[in-house]
Design a protein around this ligand. Structure first.
Ligand code: FAD
Length: 454
């Protein structure tokens, strides 16, 4: 037991009768961790963290009961979806109860452009149903097959589809949520409109999401292509031109500098030695005009699957976003990564500068996305890790030159992408979690401001 020794766990468990409870240590250990190990810094800080028990409620009523029991015994509660987060978001720092949402996987309804789901539904499972109605998720992480919708909202930022719809935090990408509080008498609060930002990307520190309304986009048949280039900056500029081409319907524009493609074993025959590549998802109806753009940049198509063919085999998306890091680390676990956002620049000057400055130490991987009506290259660069000090120097150099870094080597909410305290999220936490029991240790504002702001 990692929480206060005075907790009577048998008494607590008996109050959860009728709800699935896991007490077996190996399973608890597995359900306590996520993909924190992508970071050599977090490896040292989080590897030994464990919850005391795991509960698997199957309804909002059961979540309310779990919340009431945790408040009664003053036990921390950490929510977990599929545990694919990258920065220990769902790792319980102070033990306690892990609330696993995967049994709450119902789809309440799907209408044109909008759906209502429970938090534990897997993104891919939901998408399959939505596509039968002609609609699909606007965006998904590359963990699409395993991650939950609640976890994506609680800990994700964007991904495949962000080239058209922006990021999760952008207005309109989350319509409404229901959350269970951790007050003396836990209750359900519905948040709509801008209020959803109070719990969006809050690592489950200020409410347990039990239902979400999510907007959908039209479902296109997505063709998948690999285009290769002799020169990295040509590949990057091709990616940028494609991203700016509003008439071309696209879902993914992912650019990789050599030697990153050399780590993609399953795609080896499509990735010639020394060439840089673009991994694309394009609506089949846009393939003809895409061809002209490929010729303009002297690209060579090595892989071209129709939507039907792509649906059957390897998904190209599973080599993009943070799956790129997964593949390189499966070959060389000493490699790690950065997450950054380059400013709008038609010439991609800073991208080129960073490539030249760091050479083989920081290898460029760009994911283009739409942000505030502009096209921007996000980057999940692969880093040859030596020391934490050097990693921080690399981050500082990027920031000093105008590249925004969402540090993936911290589990503190505000120190990742946000950088500043979000007062709305903090004030909401004060109201709904007055004892600070939800995922304790993750929200810096709570540690610093809990006694000062009313
Ligand atoms: P978890 O990891 O279980 O939880 C994430 C956070 O949300 C935790 O803080 C948890 O407490 C909280 N949470 C979960 N459910 C709820 C709830 N019901 N109420 C309140 N809080 C809740 N992320 C991206 O954004 N884009 C990517 O492209 C992407 N690619 C990835 C690739 C790889 C290989 C890996 C390992 C990770 C990647 N991620 C990416 C990170 C992660 O997969 C996503 O953020 C994913 O959506 C998390 O879903 P999950 O169900 O695993 O959530």
């Amino acid at each position: 037991m990692t929480t206060k020794p005075s907790i009577d766990w048998d008494a607590l468990t008996s109050e959860l009768e009728g709800i699935e409870v896991i007490t077996e240590p190996t399973q608890i250990a597995k359900l306590s961790l996520d993909y924190y190990h992508f970071s050599p810094v977090l490896q040292g800080q989080l590897a030994d963290k464990r919850g005391d028990l795991v509960v698997r409620p199957s309804s909002e009523e059961e979540v309310l009961r779990v919340a009431a029991v945790c408040v009664k015994y003053q036990v921390p509660l950490t929510v977990r979806g599929a545990g694919t987060g990258n920065y220990g978001q769902c790792i319980p720092l102070k033990g306690g109860v892990i609330l696993d949402t995967t049994k709450m996987n119902g789809i309440r309804w799907i209408k044109p452009g909008l759906a209502c789901v429970e938090p534990g539904v897997k993104l891919a499972a939901f998408d399959k149903k939505a596509r039968e109605t002609g609609w699909e998720l606007r965006m998904a992480p590359s963990t699409y097959r395993t991650a939950t919708i609640g976890g994506f909202i609680g800990g994700g930022s964007g991904g495949i589809g962000s080239i058209t719809y922006g990021q999760l935090r952008d207005c309109g990408n989350l319509q409404a949520v229901r959350v269970v509080t951790m007050e003396d008498q836990p209750r359900v609060i519905q948040l709509r409109g801008n209020d959803v930002q109070k719990v969006n990307h809050a690592y489950g520190t200020n409410g347990i999401i039990t239902e979400l309304e999510i907007p959908l986009g039209p479902a296109y048949p997505w063709a998948e292509l690999i285009v290769v280039f002799d020169d990295f900056m040509t590949a990057a500029k091709f990616g940028q031109s494609l991203s700016y081409a509003d008439g071309l319907i696209k879902k993914l524009v992912s650019i990789h500098a050599w030697p990153i493609p050399s780590y993609f074993a399953a795609l080896k025959s499509y990735l010639p030695e020394g060439k840089h590549c673009a991994l694309l998802m394009i609506a089949e109806s846009s393939l003809e005009p895409l061809q002209d753009l490929i010729e303009e940049y002297s690209g060579q198509v090595t892989y071209n699957k129709t939507a039907q063919e792509a649906g059957k085999g390897t998904l190209l998306a599973e080599f993009t976003w943070n799956h790129t890091t997964l593949h390189v680390r499966s070959v060389d676990p000493t490699l790690t990564y950065l997450q950054s956002l380059f400013p709008v620049d038609k010439n991609l000057t800073l991208v080129e500068q960073m490539c030249q400055h760091f050479g083989d130490e920081v290898i460029m991987h760009l994911e283009f996305l739409r942000l505030g009506g502009e096209i921007m290259p996000a980057a999940l660069q692969i880093v040859r890790y030596t020391t934490e000090e050097r990693l921080n120097e690399i981050i500082s150099y990027h920031e000093a030159n105008g590249v925004m870094v969402a540090n993936p080597h911290t589990y503190i909410l505000e120190d990742g992408g946000m950088k500043t305290v979000d007062l709305e999220q903090f004030k909401f936490k004060k109201m709904v979690d007055p004892y600070g029991l939800l995922n304790p240790g993750k929200m810096r504002a709570w540690q610093e401001l809990k006694n000062s702001h009313g």
